[in-house]
Design a protein around this ligand. Structure first.
Ligand code: AMP
Length: 290
């Protein structure tokens, strides 16, 4: 695996891959690599060569009171994990490389970016869309891999890719969970032992919601109260939102129809976690994937 720190060199590598008609696969990350990230790499390796992974903790997607400074950055451990999995290139630019003095452009994906995560984290998706577009220009992937863990993020990126005619095909991969159901996240390391135990209630609330759907409940308000009641059993968990939304637009819906996501965000002892379930319509029934 070659580690690349400059945009110029990364562009040369991607231009060469394009010229040779290689199928370049790309996995953008902020590092603190865990099994969730590695699942994206494995998926990319199935149909792409070379595979490029980026590690860049993007300041533009963090709010002023968020955890940018303390975000985990175990670079050498990350590099070893990626190398072991057969990644070809690790692109790890500095902040100055990506945002040189005078930088003043941004991409905003209106509508979808203003809801849920976007409302709780003002400017977040603008930061995400801008860095992903920059990375796509630099890496020029044929396929780019994202986790369904960040359901709204992948929807924002899909919207941007369609609106701006990007070449990259967006591939969304399943959520990788711990044995007790907690969705893997680089932020899980912040959780104290008690908070880590309480955090499993997020997964359990989605299980409760799935049970209701399996009992033919289709009314969103009643489905949400099943989920919220489950979370209320853990008094240390402060819910930010629990919603069921259209899978593409992230607009709220009243009764289940088509494909949607049950999405939630909550704070546990100062750590903000998100999770979701994919709800897909198949004829008269709905299939829920956690
Ligand atoms: P991050 O480093 O948190 O920005 O995540 C990089 C990519 O990994 C994003 O596309 C995430 O959605 C994805 N990802 C993070 N956690 C998981 C997980 N538990 N399962 C699947 N994908 C994940």
């Amino acid at each position: 695996m070659e580690t690349i720190h400059t945009i110029d060199w990364m562009k040369q590598v991607s231009r060469y891959a394009r010229a040779k008609e290689h199928v370049l696969g790309f996995v953008p990350t902020m590092g603190a690599i865990h099994e969730g990230h590695l699942s994206l790499v494995r998926e990319a390796r199935k149909r792409c060569s070379p595979v490029v992974v980026s590690i860049f903790v993007n300041p533009a997607q963090f709010g002023p009171t968020e955890d940018l400074a303390k975000y985990p950055r175990p670079f050498e451990t990350d590099r070893a994990k990626l190398e072991e999995l057969g990644v070809d290139y690790l692109f790890a630019p500095s902040v100055e490389e990506m945002y040189p003095k005078g930088f003043s452009s941004a991409v905003s994906v209106d509508g979808i970016s203003d809801r849920l995560e976007g409302r709780s984290r003002a400017g977040h998706f603008r930061g995400v869309a801008t860095i992903v577009l920059k990375l796509f220009e630099i890496v020029q992937p044929s396929f780019a891999y994202f986790g369904r863990k960040d359901a709204q993020q992948q929807a924002v990126i899909r919207r941007m890719a369609r609106d701006l005619n990007l070449d990259a095909q967006i591939v969304t991969c399943p959520i990788v969970r711990e044995a007790d159901g907690l969705a893997m996240s680089s932020r899980n390391v912040y959780l104290s032992r008690d908070a880590r135990r309480a955090a499993t209630v997020l997964y359990r609330s989605l299980v409760a919601l799935r049970e209701q759907i399996e009992h033919d409940e289709r009314n969103v308000a009643r489905l949400l109260s099943a989920a919220k009641n489950a979370i209320a059993s853990e008094p240390t968990v402060a819910v930010d939102y629990v919603e069921i939304v259209d899978a593409e637009t992230f607009e709220p819906i009243v009764n289940l129809r088509g494909n949607c996501f049950a999405v939630l965000a909550a704070k546990i002892g100062g750590t903000r976690l998100i999770d979701n379930a994919l709800i897909e319509q198949a004829a008269e029934s709905f299939i829920v994937t956690l």
